[in-house]
Design a protein around this ligand. Structure first.
Ligand code: NAD
Length: 258
């Protein structure tokens, strides 16, 4: 029985930089369950990586489209292309974030106005802009899932301006969910445990975080992108049809510990 009901559904996956990306954990499972996956990328380097990865998925319906979330024009063009090519969009995985390295290394109090705005624009506002650009094509309702981190609600060393951006992201999830519910569109965040990816390299205390998760979390181990990917697929699917505006933790239970 196809409980997920994602077969032949059109899902946009934003943020696969390489096979380590959390977004790839979700995309791989989406391809396995028969969804059509439309990948968006920012840099040509990621496009080349995606083309290579997708060599193993030639019998699947996929597309690779450029989208720089710092640009309204780029977002509009990307979703117009997706709409023209696929018609209806059923789901979106927003797995995109960025902050300047110096804003993670320096003291938080030294965060620059520009660095703050850039982290917010890329990592939080982008979800709102993407939802608005996708909306005209989400004519059958749908589900939007974004990636957050515990730094949204607790002070984590070296997470700084990104923690503030994730707090805005989680609040945006609630406001978007309230606004888009009447169109049958659900919006949720997954708060993932620490996972070694390209983006994680920019967080100075990342290795210590990995050790702490192993020591402290109820499951006594780190989270992997497959676990986050599986929950993302559930949140995109019929199984989660009654859930919106939530932040769901996939972190070996770490956040419940004192
Ligand atoms: P990643 O580096 O593989 O993915 C980040 C992606 O963001 C990349 O594909 C990059 O191209 C994209 N991106 C950055 N700026 C962009 C822009 N202007 N336009 C379009 N795309 C842009 O790293 P990841 O860890 O897989 O990160 C994915 C998401 O998961 C992020 O939101 C991150 O904050 C979140 N997250 C990561 C962890 C972790 O420990 N790795 C934990 C919790 C949440």
């Amino acid at each position: 029985m196809d409980v997920l009901k994602l077969k032949d559904k059109n899902i946009v996956v934003m943020g696969v930089a390489n096979e380590r990306s959390i977004a790839w954990g979700a995309a791989k499972k989406l391809l396995e369950v028969g969804a059509n996956v439309i990948f968006t990328y920012r840099k040509d380097r990621s496009k080349a990586k995606l083309e290579k990865i997708l060599e193993d998925y030639q019998d699947h319906k996929t597309a690779i489209i450029q989208c720089d979330v710092n640009s309204d024009e780029s977002i509009q063009n990307a979703f117009k292309q997706i709409g023209e090519q696929f018609g209806v969009i059923h789901g979106i995985v927003h797995s995109v974030a960025f902050a300047h390295a110096e804003d993670l290394k320096n003291r938080f109090v030294e965060t620059s106005r520009e660095g703050y705005a850039f982290a917010q624009d890329t990592s939080a506002y982008s979800l709102i802009a993407v939802a608005n650009a996708a909306r005209p094509y989400m004519t059958e309702g749908g589900s939007i899932v974004t990636m957050s981190y515990l730094g949204a609600e607790r002070v984590l060393e070296g997470y700084n301006v990104m923690g503030v951006a994730k707090a805005a992201l989680e609040a945006s999830v609630r406001y978007l969910a309230a606004d888009l519910g009447k169109e049958g569109i659900r919006v949720n965040a997954i708060s993932a445990g620490a996972i070694r990816t390209l983006a994680a390299k920019g967080v100075p205390s990342f290795n210590e975080a990995l050790h702490r998760y192993e020591e402290v979390s109820p499951l006594k181990r780190n989270t992997n992108k497959e676990e986050v990917g599986d929950m993302t697929v559930v949140m995109l699917s019929e199984l989660s049809r009654g859930v919106t505006g939530e932040t769901i933790y996939v972190d070996s239970g770490y956040h419940i510990m004192g």
